[in-house]
Design a protein around this ligand. Sequence first.
Ligand code: GCU
Length: 611
Amino acid sequence: MRRLSRALALLVLLLAPSAFAQAVLTGADMRPAQSLDGAWHWSVDPYRDGKAGFHGGMPGESSRRWSDIIQADALEQNPRARYEFDMQRSPVTHLPGSWIGHAAEMRYYQGLVWYQRTFDARKPAAGTRMFLRFGAADYTTDVYLNGKSVGSHKGGFTPFVFDVTELLRDGSNQITISVDSARTDDDVPPPVTDWETYGGITRSVTLVTVPETFVDDAWVRLGRDGRIHADVRLYGHQAQNRDLAVRIPALGLTLSGKTDSSGSWTSSAPAPGMLKRWSPEVPTLYDVRIESGTDLLQDRIGFRTIETRGTQILLNGKPVFLRGISMHEEELGKDPVRAITPAAARALLTEIKQGLNGNFVRLAHYPHSEVMTRMADELGLIVWSEVPVYWRVNWNNPATLASARQQLRENIVRDRNRASIALWSVANETPIGDARNAFLRTLIADVRAIDDSRLVTAALLSKREGKVMRIDDPLVADLDVMAINTYNGWYSQDPLAELPSFEWRSPANKPLIFSEFGADAQAGYNDAAADPHKFSEEFQAEYYRQTLAMAAKVPSLAGLSPWLLKDFRSPRRQHPVFQQGWNRKGLISETGARKQAFFVLAEEYRKRAGH
Ligand code: GCU
């Protein structure tokens, strides 16, 4: 009996290299890797024939896009074979980037698309593992390698990895991916959002080689206790009781130790006096090395603290006013495909930092590319990061909650080494109710469990009574920072001159951010009338002057992230003259033309920055 149980235990150990959790490969974008970006074949599958036969069940051979065949060869061998696809002769596109940019007819396609390419690799050497890593794909992704299913992922904005060590072969390998952009009312976000669904593989695909046992997750930060903390988790057969070290050479600091029986380790040490804390003014980043066995994970990390005191937000112990703006993940240009390169990220964030004299950006309404958050680290912008728990979420469905929790975890684990991120937001404009409160309180508890070093917030709505704006969302009690979206003067017909007379009442002694306010303006549409029409630049500029005057009277105000930096695609915005499928609340047009309101906000922030 004893021999059997030992064999069973060994089997479990062998089968589940990490009995702990799915690998995450934190910081994998900093590891040496083989890029699979570039030319891919693509093929639409609107009725999902590649997923199910005409009576359901497995699709027939004629529809299996992932089959490990070269069709020309297969037909050579069997002229009577029949295929109703041919991935090798389908059109070619460049990835990453949403399919809406692949061809004119794809602009409004939502559904299933197949991608395929081949790449040369070698079978992983003994003692190594190879992972396929996706920066993100929107919305449901299935991956096949050399004809075998590798795994699936749901969620459009967070990274995911698959261990393909056993599936790679020497020489040419064939990878096939299906991405389905369709969402149901049970998904996060649900189908109706005020932004375009950029279906497809929108972030990089890489092949990452790591030692059999490697540094899977590492979190290194400055605690409010003045100590540098490190939490590291190894993945692999030798993850348990293994030596490791975290080094910050420029500080002459090394934390070292041994993992526990679960492969995890935590430690801390007083921060050296020479530490230069990260701030928007001095965004200092340090090279950090996490070493274990033959594995080295390197990252560039800033060290700072963020907390609240009464109605103030403190950065490194000092009150900071967040001079910000919101933005979607779209590169500048008239046909964005949500391909955020470092240059694209720099162009957008520089408009905030240099153009607007800003120090803050709300990356709405979902986790943006790691390229964007790393750029915020580098340029010195404080970041609000959020998950797409947006509007009409199905609060009563456990699977919906599970999806929101998964995306929240994937976002925080990916980015909690980013000094720029100060706020995790769990929701945007969600209707108050018991089920919603419970759902969001679960997410808030998750944030606090995964990352106790940052602030939790959510973009809420307020109640209007005449000219009194009341913040009475029960969720306020659970948040560190209250955030309110308010649009008096745009989504109401209040004369703009009356906006400064509005009064704000909030029950809590907490910092308040106006996380949204804004007005549409079509760049170049001018109306010199004393009472200019909506959608004119003059209206938008006057709206900003008056709303900022209103905001200046709110004593608990700790920050602003008006809606928003750049016009963005939204299928809900179809005015044929002013919108054409774009939400025009940008302070710059989609091609970067600055509107009059841009200069109103820039002046406000210049004054608030004391320049
Ligand atoms: C809402 C919402 C945004 C939307 C904006 C608008 O507050 O949060 O996603 O784009 O208002 O109406 O333009």
